[in-house]
Design a protein around this ligand. Structure first.
Ligand SMILES: Cc1cc2nc3c(=O)[nH]c(=O)nc-3n(C[C@H](O)[C@H](O)[C@H](O)COP(=O)(O)OP(=O)(O)OC[C@H]3O[C@@H](n4cnc5c(N)ncnc54)[C@H](O)[C@@H]3O)c2cc1C
Length: 506
C-alpha cells in the first residue's frame, strides 16, 4: 500500500492530528472512538485553537481580575445547538451548559430604536413594524425546518444528506437557495422596505467579512438568522473553552493524547503514523508536505487566497455597557455599523484595502447570558472590527468610538483593554494569517472548491493525508463538521472502519 512519507518509519500511531481547534478535536474524537491510536500536536501552549478562553492579564491591579476570562476567538455558538456533529456528541450531557439569550442579536441605530432579532419570531415580527410580516414570511419556512437548513449549509457539498431527500425538503432547499441568491445581489432590498429590518439583515450578513451584498454574506445571514429564530445563539457557560474541554475529555477517555507547544513545520517533524489529518491552513499544509504533494494539489493549496480580516479588542468593564436603547441590555450579540448603507460603505472600504473610520464591529457581552463571567464587579466584553487583510492598526479607539456612538458613557466603564491587530492574529493561531478568521476566502465558489476544486476536498492527494480545518467544506465556525467529514474519509479509505457513534458513555 502507498503510505505517507513519515509512515515509512514503522508507525506506532494510527493517526496524528496537527492542530487542536474544534475541527482537529472533532477528527481526533471520531478516530479514537473507532478504536484507533490518536495523537494531537498543537503549536500553542493551550488547546482549542479558535475555541479557547483565557485570562489575558487585563486589569491586573484589580482584586479578582485573575479569574476574568476572555474568549480569544469565538464567543457565540449558534452551531453548538445545530451542528450534526455537536448534536450527536451531545454537549449538554457532558456538562456543557449553553446559555441562550432571548435576544439573539441586535442592531443599534442612531436616530431610532434598535432593530432586534428575538428567538421568538413573532416577537421579532412585532418589533419590526411595517416590515414585520415580510421578515416572518422570509424566515418562518426555514425556522420550522432547522435540520434541513443546517444540512444544506453544513454538508460536505458532495453528498445529499438524508434530511434533504424528501420532495418537501428539496422544495424548501430550493426556496432557501433562491432567497440566498436574491439576498446576495442588489435585489436584497426588495423584500424589506424599512431601515431597521434592512440594517438588521445587513448586520447578520456581516458575519462573513466582505462585500455587502454578496452570495457569501447572504449565505451567512440566511443560516445564522434562521438559527436565531430556532434554537438561538448560545454562549457556553464559562466561555468557548467549555466546548474544547468536552472534546478533549472525550478524546482522553478513548485513549487519545494531546501534546502542546509542538509546531509542525515540515513532514519530518511528524511522528510515524498511518494517517495524518491537518487542522491547519491550506498554505501550512502545502508547506508541511511540500514536494510529496502532487503538483495539482500543491498548486491548488497555494492558490487558495485569504479574505479580509478582523482585529480583536477585549475589554474589561466596571459595569454593563450603557446602551442608549435599554432593550439592548438583553442582547448576547450586537452588530454595530448603523444603517444598511453605512455598513455597505464600511465593508467596501475594507475590501479596497482601507480602514474605515467607522468599521463594522461585532460585540458579545457574555455576562448577559452567563452571570458567572462577572468577577468582583468586572466583566469581559468581546469585540472585533472588520479591517483590511494584514492591517497593523490598533483599533481600540475605532471600536470604542463605535460603541460610544450607541452607548454614550461607554468610555467611563472601561477599566482595561487589549488589542490584537489583524497583522498579529497569526501569532496566537497560525490559521488566521493576516487576520483572516475564516482560514481562507469565503465565497460561494470557495464553499465548494475549498481549498481547491476536486471531488474530495479533504484529501491532500497523498494516501492517508487529509486537510480537516475550516479551509475545507463547510467552512468556518465552531461546528466540527470539517473534522468529522475528513475523519470519516480516513476511516473508510485508510482503515476500512465504519463511522463510530459519538454518543456519551460509548
Ligand atoms: C476573533 C474571532 C472570532 C470568532 N468568532 C466566532 C464565533 O463567535 N462563533 C463561531 O462559530 N466561530 C467564530 N470564529 C471562527 C472559529 O473560531 C473558527 O472557524 C474555528 O475555530 C475553526 O476551527 P478549526 O479547527 O478549523 O481551526 P482553529 O480553531 O483555527 O484551530 C487550528 C489549530 O491548529 C493549530 N495549528 C495550525 N498550524 C499548526 C502547525 N503547523 N503545527 C501545530 N499546530 C498548528 C493552531 O494553533 C490552532 O490551535 C471566530 C474566529 C476568530 C479568530
Amino acid at each position: 500500500m502507498h503510505q505517507p512519507p513519515a509512515a515509512r518509519r514503522s508507525p506506532a500511531l494510527d493517526a496524528v492530528i496537527v492542530g487542536s481547534g474544534p475541527n482537529g478535536l472533532a477528527a481526533a474524537v471520531t478516530l479514537a472512538r473507532a478504536g484507533l491510536s490518536v495523537e494531537v500536536l498543537e503549536a500553542q501552549e493551550t488547546v482549542g485553537g479558535g475555541a479557547r478562553t483565557l485570562n489575558l492579564g487585563l486589569a491586573a491591579d484589580r482584586p479578582g481580575a485573575s479569574a476574568l476570562l476572555h474568549d480569544v476567538c469565538s464567543a457565540v455558538h449558534p452551531m453548538a445547538l445545530a451542528s450534526p456533529f455537536l448534536l450527536d456528541f451531545d454537549l449538554a450531557s457532558r456538562g456543557v451548559e449553553l446559555a441562550v439569550p432571548e435576544l439573539s442579536y441586535a442592531q443599534p441605530l442612531d436616530d431610532e430604536p434598535a432593530a432586534l432579532a428575538w428567538r421568538d419570531l413573532d416577537r421579532t415580527t412585532a418589533g419590526l413594524g411595517a416590515d414585520g410580516p415580510a421578515w416572518k414570511r422570509f424566515f418562518e419556512p426555514f425556522a420550522d425546518h432547522i435540520e434541513e437548513i443546517v444540512w444544506l449549509s453544513l454538508g460536505d457539498k458532495r453528498s445529499l444528506p438524508a434530511a434533504l431527500r424528501s420532495p418537501a425538503a428539496l422544495a424548501r432547499s430550493t426556496q432557501f437557495m433562491a432567497r440566498l441568491f436574491q439576498q446576495g445581489t442588489p435585489a436584497w432590498n426588495l423584500p424589506l422596505r424599512t431601515e431597521p429590518a434592512r440594517a438588521l439583515f445587513a448586520g447578520v450578513a456581516s458575519h462573513a467579512i466582505g462585500t455587502l451584498p454578496s452570495p457569501a454574506t447572504a449565505a451567512a445571514a440566511m443560516l445564522l438568522a434562521t438559527l436565531a429564530h430556532g434554537a438561538g445563539w448560545p454562549i457556553p457557560v464559562g466561555g468557548s473553552q467549555a466546548i474544547t474541554d468536552a472534546l478533549a475529555a472525550d478524546l482522553a477517555a478513548h485513549g487519545g493524547t494531546i501534546r502542546t507547544g509542538v509546531l509542525i513545520e515540515t513532514a519530518a517533524d511528524l511522528p510515524p503514523a498511518r494517517s495524518y489529518l491537518l487542522d491547519t491552513s491550506a498554505g501550512t499544509a502545502a508547506r508541511i508536505w511540500d514536494a510529496s504533494l502532487p503538483a495539482t494539489a500543491r498548486a491548488g493549496l497555494t492558490r487558495f487566497g485569504h479574505g479580509d480580516a478582523a482585529a480583536k479588542v477585549d475589554f474589561v468593564l466596571s459595569g454593563p455597557v450603557p446602551w442608549r436603547d435599554p432593550e439592548l441590555t438583553a442582547a448576547g450579540t450586537l452588530h454595530l455599523g448603523g444603517t444598511r448603507e453605512q455598513m455597505v460603505a464600511a465593508e467596501a472600504e475594507v475590501t479596497s484595502g482601507r480602514l474605515p473610520e467607522r468599521p463594522v464591529v461585532l460585540v458579545s457581552d457574555p455576562t448577559v447570558a452567563d452571570p458567572s463571567r462577572e468577577v468582583a464587579g468586572l466583566r469581559p466584553l468581546w469585540t472585533y472590527a472588520h479591517v483590511p487583510a494584514g492591517c497593523p492598526v490598533d483599533v481600540t479607539e475605532h471600536i470604542t468610538a463605535q460603541i460610544e456612538r450607541f452607548a454614550p458613557g461607554f468610555r467611563d466603564v472601561i477599566v482595561d483593554s487589549a488589542c490584537v491587530p489583524a497583522s498579529e492574529m497569526s501569532e496566537h493561531n497560525e490559521n488566521y494569517a493576516g487576520g483572516d478568521i475564516a482560514a481562507g476566502t469565503v465565497s460561494l465558489y470557495r464553499m465548494v472548491a475549498r481549498p481547491r476544486l476536486t471531488w474530495d476536498p479533504y484529501s491532500l492527494g497523498i494516501p492517508g493525508v487529509y486537510l480537516c480545518s475550516a479551509a475545507t467544506p463547510p467552512g468556518p465556525g465552531v461546528h466540527g463538521m470539517n473534522g468529522w467529514f475528513a475523519a470519516q474519509r480516513a476511516l473508510r479509505h485508510v482503515f476500512g472502519l465504519p463511522v463510530p457513534s459519538l454518543a456519551p458513555g460509548r
